[in-house]
Design a protein around this ligand. Structure first.
Ligand code: C2E
Ligand code: MG
Ligand code: MG
Ligand code: MG
Length: 288
């Protein structure tokens, strides 16, 4: 009896696996197609300072699938990472954001743009070369770009990730640790990295209330950042109470639905470049 049940389980498990494998294969095939047929778009989400002014933006990739509709990055980025397509996809994203950066920073105050970079890209042979090449081709100023990486880059198995970062930082690129606090934090290694900022993960921001555990974690992260002379961005800020809490404790920048949703790059660019259309906050930041 137990054997039969066991076999049943095995069959069930295999059926589920097959479905996953098929789904994965479909996504992989469609993603290759998407890359060549303009189904991917760069969205930008603004980051504001304590006064609520937009001072930076993060690039977030969107896939509009012809039959399945919108597929979120949490679904397609892991597929791209797993099948290696992230190299090509990552290069495309980097080039697109470089072009946006050139346009947005042609004159006036600088708007730094952040780009999410996968571990797999770092592990790729020739990553630095590819980055150099794209910078040259697009004419983007690396000083206006921030690469967002996760704490997993600090792990021992990452080999020379810090070396790769150092090379990229010599090119003039800046680095931010995304989702800080959720991963394996090797603080000793953190100190060796050429970082400019930490991004507090939205899971800690969401339950911020005076005296809560998350409040203590956020305060601790702000303390670490201060002692390492890094700036701090909080992601996932959805309420005024969260924004007030963060601002009062000296968080440099905030990003979240309370201020702005990610929007098509063209929309955000227009707001930034044509302040009369974008409203008072943008107008203010264009004064000098
Ligand atoms: P992330 O880099 O931590 O990006 C923040 C995510 O939080 C984004 O989700 C953003 O839309 C979302 N978000 C922003 N404000 C709020 C808020 O107030 N509340 C809540 N609940 N969420 C908010 P998105 O765009 O779906 O991206 C998810 C993740 O996918 C990103 O997390 C990043 O890890 C990855 N990703 C997105 N675009 C790219 C890309 O171009 N390259 C790579 N390698 N990864 C990407
Ligand atoms: Mg990010
Ligand atoms: Mg993040
Ligand atoms: Mg996050």
């Amino acid at each position: 009896r137990s054997k039969a049940a066991g076999l049943g389980e095995v069959t069930f498990f295999e059926a589920g696996m097959q479905l996953q494998v098929q789904e994965f294969a479909d996504l992989e095939r469609d993603l290759r197609h998407a890359l060549m047929h303009g189904e991917l778009f760069i969205f930008l989400q603004s980051q504001v300072n304590g006064d609520g002014r937009m001072v930076a933006a993060e690039a977030l990739t969107r896939w509009c699938h012809p039959t399945r509709g919108f597929i979120p990055p949490v679904q397609f980025i892991p597929v791209a990472e797993e099948c290696g397509l992230i190299i090509e996809l990552g290069a495309w994203i980097f080039a697109e954001v470089c072009k946006l950066s050139v346009r947005v920073n042609a004159s006036g105050p600088v708007l730094p743009l952040s780009i999410n970079v996968s571990l797999r890209q770092f592990q790729q042979e020739g990553f630095v070369q590819s980055v150099k090449h794209i910078l040259q081709q697009t004419g983007a100023n690396p000083a206006n770009l921030v690469l967002e990486v996760t704490e997993s880059l600090l792990g021992d198995e990452m080999g020379d990730a810090v070396g790769v970062m150092a090379e990229l930082s010599r090119l003039g690129l800046q680095f931010s640790i995304d989702d800080f606090g959720t991963g394996y934090s090797n603080l000793a290694r953190l100190k060796q990295m050429p970082l400019c900022e930490l991004k507090i993960d939205k899971s800690f921001v969401q339950d911020l209330a005076e005296g809560s555990n998350d409040a203590a974690i956020v305060e601790a992260i702000l303390g670490i950042a201060k002692s390492l002379h890094l700036s701090v961005v909080a992601e996932g800020v959805e309420t005024r109470a969260q924004a007030d809490f963060l601002r009062q404790r000296g968080c440099d920048r905030m990003q979240g639905y309370f201020f702005a949703r990610p929007e098509p790059a063209e929309v955000l660019l227009r707001e930034w470049l044509e302040p009369t259309v974008g409203g008072a906050l943008c107008a203010e930041s264009k004064v000098h």
